[in-house]
Design a binder for this molecule. Sequence first.
Ligand code: HSE
Length: 295
Amino acid sequence: MSTVVRAPATIANVGPGFDVFGLAVDGFHDVVKAREADGVRIVTEDSIPTDPERNTAGRVALMMVEEFDLPGVTLEIGKGVPVGGLGSSAASAVAAAVAIDREFGLGLEESELLRFAAEGERAAAGEPHYDNVAPCLLGGFVIWRSEREYRRLEVPGDLGFVTVTPIGVRVTTEEARKVLRERPPSLDDVVNNLSAVALMVAAIAEGDAETFARLIGQDRISEPVRRRFVPRYGELREAAYGAGALGFAISGAGPTVFAVCWREDAEDVKTALEDALSGKCVSAIHGVSEGVEVA
Ligand code: HSE
């Protein structure tokens, strides 16, 4: 017997919601197949570590095997989420936690799955990022505060999310967080982001997709510092708005960027962003994902 699980890409921060907002998007998935075995083993054709201690999904498996006294598990991993700002490590961690839970009939609560996945993500990112892990598990738009205080909300309207990952640019989350400490946000920046996130949540409650989307482009905590990691950031932003985007921001810690637009404008926005990077990128148009699924 085996269990196959698909876990989606996620956009952390969603503009001004630094470490608080996360959105699950369809189109990119990691696939993890779990099968009972002796000890923990990772099988993959992708260029990721196969030592379970150094692999996000492997770390989840080691913890779960220990905690539930399981014989062991072989995880076959297929990476579909591009590395660099789309919650790639969270997708593997969530998929592993859910696959092991189902394969061994553990019946874990949502909070337990979140805890294992977040700890597994520590292997790759140095610290857990719930703004990737939580939307990956729950789907939709997630507001994260703590293990006891979080909400999943539905994104209003017919919006498309266009992601663009520049090829050959690597930024670790650790590095992208370190630079933020070099230039802490001013009081004005904090007030700007607070008012933007508050209005984004109000816009969701009112079904006002346009306000929600426009405020995504109003981050003043992460963008001013991290834009240096994204090649041609200014041109990308201009190209996105020129082609009809409503909002534009860095996805998670970058270097992936994303634009949000009406679904009917998504092809134009995608083409404009690809042209701004002379095609040297991985790009896609996404809708909102319902989160992890057992295949
Ligand atoms: N919120 C985190 C950051 C997400 O922006 O550093 C990392 O994926």
